[in-house]
Design a protein around this ligand. Structure first.
Ligand code: FES
Length: 103
């Protein structure tokens, strides 16, 4: 469904490879990718599911407006994947089920 520009034959040069973990598994992405773009490129369209119905949700606007891309990043919940660039060693957790609310 999604292809990188260089894979689409546009002549775009691939960026440096960056490794992150998603739900404990390693994926390779490109320097400059947003976390949302890295998840989509890795074939993971769902970032979270809804707490009530369990419906999967994934990046929609890719510009920080819809909040459908919330993930946990390095231990911090509810981070916008589309607004966060990948960093080497970053730990991403897709959010599933009802969330805990801390006081
Ligand atoms: S995809 Fe809409 S806020 Fe991230």
């Amino acid at each position: 469904m999604f292809r990188r520009l260089e894979a689409a034959g546009t002549g775009a040069a691939p960026g440096r490879t960056v490794r992150i973990s998603v739900d404990g598994g390693a994926i390779e992405c490109r320097e400059g990718d947003s976390v949302a773009a890295a998840l989509l490129a890795a074939g993971m369209p769902a970032c979270r599911d809804t707490a009530v119905s369990g419906t999967p949700r994934g990046p929609f606007c890719m510009m920080g407006v819809c909040y459908d891309c919330l993930v946990g990043i390095d231990g911090r919940a509810n981070q916008q994947a589309c607004m966060t660039r990948v960093r080497e060693g970053m730990a991403v957790v897709r959010q599933t089920g009802a969330r805990e609310v801390s006081a």
